[in-house]
Design a protein around this ligand. Structure first.
Ligand code: NDP
Length: 479
């Protein structure tokens, strides 16, 4: 028996796997931390910059991708006149030309958004309870986890539409700019609607009183339409399937023009599939993640999920496709390099999938919400038998075995390696395929800081003990 397991309190009820069941009463500290307002991202000025800057950056990068084979363009000189000329000629004119929100693009994007919402409403799946919430005095919300059945139906529908010629999936990359604009407009619209509804329904939470900052961070914690949780839906059902279909669209386009699909294009379809599938098959595990129990549903999450994730994380696939279309260059690599990257992707995916699964299933067992799912693929070591943990005074247990005995954020490290492999498979011709890795690195390091500060406050000395037991954050003996 491990040192940590000896800390088990005899009075605590233990489940079949040896994990004590969580006592769902919330402490005053939990409630205080849940309401505490910490100004992140440079406060209102910083978030305003991001709300304006995100779409501008997306358009700039799109122009580089669509018209300049992924090269970063800039004005001939940095005088005021040249900058204005550059913006009007290179950006605004190109956006009008290739990223106008056409009726066809609206049909494609909003059609998918509506379809995925209807599936979230009607498809079958288990009902799982989320993490006990301080706002609900320790109660938790039920979630209909029908991500997997919806995902399978979406795949079948998409391929039927494509092969019957009703909707060719290649249209996605052909109309990439226009669809992205529709997604950007929808990202703003949905953020505004969710924000206003929270005031109308009296469901605002952790508000700073600063309108701009609150709009960015969000007003409600768990907005719902009927039984569909909008945050969960937006996080799982829209960005990742859209990303996957962009990858498929690029690969199909290549197949239509050349009669074959290259290893890099196939790699990206596999990578996007693995990520999307892992989210759908492990949907119930996401309920214990930070986004679900702590982040509010504001511009940051909504815009990023509706527009940012699908239309920037896909740069690798779109870069290869546009490069081939405009120059005829088909990116391929040596066998050794390609095999190395496939192995890197699969290994990183394994740690990412099992890392998330180990912690989330451990937490679900504690909450008494664990369910045994057969969703494919269930990887070995996704659930730890007789785990070790540190029992905190607050009541929660901090897992210290599996990947979680090696590092405090093993799933972040694995996720970063996955994102790096998405870039490496395109070679070194452009920075754009590495945009996701770079952006994600910044996001995750910022998240680690926020999360660790929160946990240190929440668990006090127990957190120090945990950090002593698991001293490394990302990679053992390195950092
Ligand atoms: P985590 O899943 O790491 O959730 C953090 C919370 O987990 C902590 O606040 C704490 O909550 C709990 N926790 C921390 N350590 C332990 C432990 N040892 N044992 C038990 N519980 C612990 O964070 P995220 O939600 O940020 O990430 C989930 C996944 O999503 C990651 O793989 C990440 O890479 C990925 N992700 C991907 C993004 C993308 O754009 N591709 C964006 C963001 C995340 P408590 O208060 O309950 O103790």
């Amino acid at each position: 028996m491990s040192v940590e397991n000896k800390e088990k309190d005899d009075k605590v009820i233990v489940n079949d796997n040896g994990v004590p069941l969580y006592k769902s009463q919330m402490t005053a500290l939990d409630e205080k931390l849940d309401k505490e307002i910490v100004y992140e991202f440079g406060g209102s000025v910083g978030v305003l910059g991001m709300m304006i800057g995100f779409p501008c950056l997306m358009y700039y990068l799109w122009v580089c991708l669509e018209y300049h084979q992924g090269s970063l363009i800039y004005p001939s000189s940095f005088t005021k006149d040249d900058i204005i000329l550059f913006i009007s000629r290179e950006i605004i004119e190109k956006v009008k030309l290739g990223a106008y929100p056409t009726a066809f693009a609206i049909k494609i994007y909003m059609g998918y958004v509506l379809f995925s919402f209807i599936l979230a409403y009607i498809m079958p799946g288990p009902v799982v309870h989320g993490t006990p919430l301080p706002t609900l005095k320790g109660k938790s919300l039920p979630y209909l986890c029908n991500g997997l059945s919806s995902w399978y139906l979406t795949l079948v529908t998409a391929f039927v539409l494509h092969f019957t010629g009703i909707f060719r999936l290649t249209s996605i990359v052909e109309n990439f700019g226009s669809i992205m604009t529709v997604a950007i407009i929808w990202g703003y619209t949905m953020s505004i609607l969710v924000f206003i509804c929270a005031f109308m329904n009296g469901t605002t939470h952790r508000m700073s009183g600063n309108l701009i900052y609150d709009f960015f961070m969000g007003a409600p914690l768990n907005p719902r339409i009927g039984h569909v949780d909008l945050k969960m839906w937006a996080e799982c059902r829209v960005p990742w399937p859209v990303l996957f279909f962009i990858g498929v669209s690029c690969a199909l386009k290549q197949y239509e023009t050349r009669g074959y699909v290259t290893a890099p294009a196939a790699f990206l379809v596999l990578a996007y599939f693995l990520y999307t599938n892992s989210i759908q098959k492990g949907e119930e595990c996401i309920l214990t993640s930070w986004d679900m129990f702590f982040e509010k549903d504001g511009f940051m999450l909504i815009f990023w999920n509706m527009a940012g994730v699908p239309f920037t994380y896909c740069y690798s696939a779109v870069y290869l496709s546009k490069l081939e279309e405009t120059t005829g260059i088909v990116v391929t690599h040596s066998k050794a390099y390609t095999i190395f990257l496939y192995i890197l992707l699969l290994c990183a995916y394994y740690v990412f999938d099992t890392g998330n699964s180990q912690k989330n299933r451990f937490r679900m067992e504690q909450n008494g919400t664990y369910i045994d799912r057969k969703a494919f693929p269930q990887l070995p070591w996704g659930r730890i038998k007789n785990p070790t943990y540190i029992k905190t005074k607050q009541g929660n247990m901090l897992l210290t075995s599996g990947w979680w005995g090696i590092a405090r954020k093993p799933h972040y490290t694995a996720d970063l390696f996955q994102s790096l492999s998405w870039g490496l498979i395109t070679g070194f011709g452009s920075f754009l395929p590495y945009f996701y890795f770079t952006f994600f690195f910044v996001v995750l390091t910022h998240r680690v800081t926020r999360d660790m500060e929160r946990c240190a406050k929440k668990y006090g000395k127990d957190w120090d003990r945990y950090c002593e037991r698991v001293p490394y954050i990302f990679i053992p003996y390195v950092f």
